[in-house]
Every structure is written in structure tokens, then in C-alpha cells.
Design a protein. Structure first.
Length: 322
């Protein structure tokens, strides 16, 4: 009983650290991006997405290399489903609406969709090996190149008057803000490690299977940074950062979160993850695209649909397909 109370208190303590760290991370990242003239969507799919995905990447890498492969793959797939269906759903419900940039959403959602399809193709071929790993890592480098190209076009697309105004108000990057970004990111990682550790221990006490632990306990636990950053960004009106963080995170989770461990060892494919979990991941990505394309934004109704989809997935996975 005492052990249970300790882990619950650890969980609450870690959650407080993560929430505060994410707030520090987002606020200072935006200030630095503004000083450098970097667009919100680029910040979202790179710095914010990679930063908030480090807990998933670390958990998947550690789980895979320590022999808990099902947990590693489950963490990535479960995290991606949670990111789109639950996090964007909750954020849209709380914020009322999440507006989108058509070019950014087209590029990043398409990349997320292609990434998911590529994962399924490799899963159909058997174990995910070094060939799949190299392909995934090269694809992620190509994606980064697209983002750099997009950022250059973003700067060129501004009119002369706006550029002139930027030159007059642009300030050098405050070194303290860089330090706060690092502190916020460190807080996210440390807080999530405590969160995951306590969550996993609580799950083991309940006798939850390894794949389920990855799909839900680890996936949700390691995605707390995305939840807090996305919700915080949406509530502050930083819509492109909120969606960019999720889409960039999902792409990073698969291409690097699975790609890197596969470079060192073959990752066996669990049948249900291929026939149910991975297809659901593709479905929620397509659903997000449909909801956004229909009105050019993600509304509260769209958020309810996404969240209801996640709840339905969780109920089916935990009760029917265990």
C-alpha cells in the first residue's frame, strides 16, 4: 500500500514538473524564433517536435535495446495515435478552434501520412531491419531539407515593408532565453522519465501486458510534453506551433524512434500492431486531414470527433483485442 502511494505521489510530482517545464520551453522558444525570423510552423515541426519527442525516443530506444521490443514499438505507435486523436482533440476542445496554414498542414500531414504508410510496408515485409532503418533515417533527413527550403521561401515571400519593419524591431537572441529553453527541455525529459518510471511500475502492479504498457502507459506518459506544449500553444493562439509540434513529433517518432533502434537490431513485428494499431494510426491521420480540410481549421466539433475516436480505439484495444 505504501509503495502504491509513493508511485502515485511521484506521478503527480512529475506531472507538475512537466507542465511548468513545457510552459518555459514554449514561451522562450517562440521568443528566440521571432528574433531569428523563423516561422511558427517550422519551429513546431523541428525544435518543438524533436524536443518534446525525446522522451518517446529515449523510452523506445531503451526498451528496444534492452529486449523489450514490443514495448518500444508500442510506445511509438501508441504515442502517434494519442498525439493526433487525443492531444489535438483535447486542444481543439479547450481552445475552441485551431487555425491552420494550408501550405504547412499539407506538407507536414502528408509527410506524417507517408511515414506511417512506409512503416506498415516494412512491417508487412517482416522484421524491421537495418535496411528499413537506413531508409527511415534518410527520409527524415530529406524532410529536414524540405523544411529548410520552406523556411527560405517563407522569408522570401514577405514583402519589403514587412522585412524593413523586422529589421528595425529585430533584437539579438537573448542568451538567457536560450538557457531557459535548455532548462525547460531538461525539465521535460527528467519529469517524463519520472512519470514513465512511476507509471510503468503502477502498470506492472496491475499485471498489464508489455505491448499494452507500451501502447498506453508509456505512450501517454512520454507524450505529456506534446500534450502540454500543444494545449499551451493552442490556448495562446500559437496554432501553427501546436499542430506543427504534433505532426513533426509523429514523423520523428517513427523515422527516428523506430529507425534508430532498427539500425542496431532487427525489430520483430507484433501481429496486432500490424493489423490494428498501425492502421488506426493511419486512420486518425487521414481523419485529421479531412476535418482540417473541410473548414480550413480544426474546430471544437472536430476535436470531439478526434477524442471520441481515441476513446473508441482504447476501449476496443483494451477489452476486445487484448
Amino acid at each position: 500500500m505504501l509503495e502504491l502511494v509513493i508511485f502515485i505521489l511521484l506521478l503527480i510530482f512529475a506531472l507538475i514538473i512537466v507542465i511548468k517545464s513545457a510552459d518555459i520551453f514554449v514561451d522562450n522558444l517562440i521568443d528566440i524564433g521571432g528574433a531569428l525570423g523563423i516561422s511558427q510552423i517550422i519551429l513546431g515541426v523541428t525544435a518543438s517536435a524533436i524536443g518534446t519527442s525525446l522522451p518517446e525516443f529515449g523510452s523506445a530506444m531503451i526498451a528496444s535495446l534492452s529486449g523489450n521490443v514490443d514495448m518500444g514499438v508500442g510506445t511509438v505507435i501508441g504515442s502517434n495515435i494519442w498525439n493526433i486523436a487525443a492531444i489535438l482533440g483535447i486542444s481543439a476542445i479547450a481552445a475552441g478552434v485551431i487555425r491552420t496554414d494550408s501550405r504547412g498542414i499539407n506538407r507536414d500531414s502528408l509527410m506524417t501520412l507517408i511515414t506511417g504508410i512506409i512503416l506498415i510496408v516494412f512491417m508487412l515485409l517482416g522484421d524491421i531491419n537495418w535496411i528499413a532503418s537506413v531508409t527511415m533515417i534518410l527520409l527524415y533527413l530529406f524532410y529536414l531539407w524540405l523544411l529548410i527550403k520552406s523556411q527560405k521561401e517563407y522569408k522570401k515571400g514577405k514583402d519589403k515593408e514587412e522585412l524593413a519593419n523586422e529589421k528595425t524591431v529585430k533584437q539579438p537572441v537573448d542568451k538567457r532565453k536560450v538557457l531557459f529553453v535548455i532548462i525547460g527541455l531538461a525539465g521535460l525529459i527528467i519529469g517524463c522519465r519520472i512519470l514513465v518510471y512511476s507509471g510503468v511500475e503502477l502498470a506492472r502492479m496491475a499485471g498489464i501486458p508489455e505491448m499494452i504498457m507500451g501502447l498506453f502507459t508509456l505512450a501517454i506518459g512520454t507524450s505529456i510534453p506534446e500534450l502540454v506544449v500543444t494545449l499551451s500553444s493552442a490556448m495562446k493562439g500559437l496554432y501553427e506551433l501546436s499542430i506543427g509540434t504534433i505532426l513533426g513529433s509523429n514523423t520523428f517518432n517513427i523515422l527516428i524512434g523506430i529507425g534508430m533502434p532498427a539500425l542496431f537490431m532487427s525489430i520483430p513485428v507484433e501481429k496486432l500492431s500490424l493489423t490494428f494499431d498501425a492502421p488506426v494510426m493511419i486512420f486518425v491521420t487521414v481523419l485529421l486531414l479531412f476535418l482540417v480540410k473541410t473548414r480550413g481549421k480544426l474546430t471544437r466539433v472536430g476535436g470531439i470527433i478526434l477524442l471520441a475516436t481515441y476513446i473508441a480505439y482504447a476501449v476496443i484495444r483494451l477489452t476486445v483485442l487484448v
